[in-house]
Design a binder for this molecule. Structure first.
Ligand SMILES: *[C@@H]1O[C@H](CO)[C@@H](O)[C@H](O)[C@H]1NC(C)=O
Ligand SMILES: *[C@@H]1O[C@H](CO)[C@@H](O)[C@H](O)[C@H]1NC(C)=O
Length: 301
């Protein structure tokens, strides 16, 4: 590896998809201290879904068959290879819900990308369409990214061309930009306007801002640099997980291979990478808790 490659590897390991606390323009306040508290409490509890509290409680899509989920991958620390025959992209996408459930029967179909980085990066929305073509038929797209300067849609003619290249119909591609919303914000467990940029609580976002119901199809991709434990715990505790049909969730913890490859959990700054206090068991418990509560949960990527 030459110096440039090492630097790039370091940067890609450190630059989070959101919540890059300490980088220019990003102030996470007391988030690290709060998260360390959560890290000490995580036990993966779940609340059974109380459908009676929703105005459109009929779950959609109804076909969700948990027997079709892939096995979790704790033996590889949820980070298998990203290329080659055992690649994530060969192993997991065939298990995505869209392969056996029909989203188009639901009232709204909503795709939410949290920690969106760049629209056309390797893990961005456009690339996700390539591995999950059923999302091309969705009605609404929401992208959140805390760091400025990463996320923007290409100019309309280029955008339409690229969406069509992924297989989106001409009519849907033409209206995509109007069905797509981007906000520079942190996503956390609870809303907090005092951070920079402000933090939107994920439960509040789903329930109050987007007004979602179990009758809507909701697919989430989330990469929130350790905040996933707090967010998932809150979703499970307040029952908002009933709104999420499927989640592609990146997990962070004191991961031995990532420590070696990307210097995870070796930053000199105290409080940085609070998620180093989570273990493989905690990560596994989080995915299990989601699945046990009826959320079709995959690791990513
Ligand atoms: C994380 O997992 C470890 C090992 O299973 C467990 O002892 C600890 O309580 C868990 N931490 C939290 C915060 O649940
Ligand atoms: C999904 O449902 C729609 C609306 O009922 C129907 O037109 C379409 O053929 C279905 N798609 C599949 C793949 O079954």
């Amino acid at each position: 590896m030459n110096v440039r490659k090492v630097t790039l590897a370091l940067l890609s390991g450190l630059a989070g998809a959101q919540n890059a606390c300490g980088t220019a323009g990003v102030n996470c306040g007391e988030a690290e201290a709060l998260q360390t508290g959560i890290a000490q409490q995580w036990s993966g509890f779940g609340t059974p879904v109380k459908l009676g509290t929703w105005s459109r409680p009929q779950r959609c899509p109804p076909e969700t068959d948990f027997g079709r989920l892939e096995d979790l991958l704790p033996q590889k620390h949820f980070r298998g290879p990203l290329s080659g025959p055992a690649s994530y992209f060969k192993r997991v996408p065939p298990h995505y819900l869209g392969h056996h459930a029909n989203f188009s029967k639901c009232e709204r179909s909503v795709y939410i990308d949290v920690g969106a980085r760049e629209f056309d990066s390797k893990e961005g929305m456009l690339s996700t369409f390539a591995v999950y073509p059923q999302l091309l038929g969705f009605d609404e797209f929401y992208a959140f990214e805390a760091a400025s300067g990463f996320y923007k849609l290409p100019p309309q003619p280029d955008l339409v061309r690229r969406l069509q290249r992924q297989g989106m119909s001409a009519a849907r591609a033409a209206s995509f930009a109007r069905r797509h919303f981007f906000l520079q914000a942190f996503i956390g467990a609870r809303s907090n306007p005092s951070t920079t940029p402000p933090t939107l609580g994920f439960s509040d976002l789903l329930k109050t801002m987007l007004g979602l119901q179990p009758a809507d199809a909701v697919v989430v991709k989330m990469d929130v640099e350790g905040y996933e434990y707090d967010i998932v715990r809150t979703l499970l505790a307040d029952g908002t997980h009933a709104l999420i049909d499927e989640i592609l969730l990146e997990v962070h913890y004191g991961h031995p291979a990532m420590m070696r490859r990307f210097n995870w959990c070796r930053m000199p700054k105290p409080g940085w990478q609070f998620w180093c206090s989570y273990s493989l068991q905690n990560a596994t418990a989080m995915y299990r808790a989601l699945r046990d509560a009826g959320v079709y949960a995959h690791h990513w990527p």
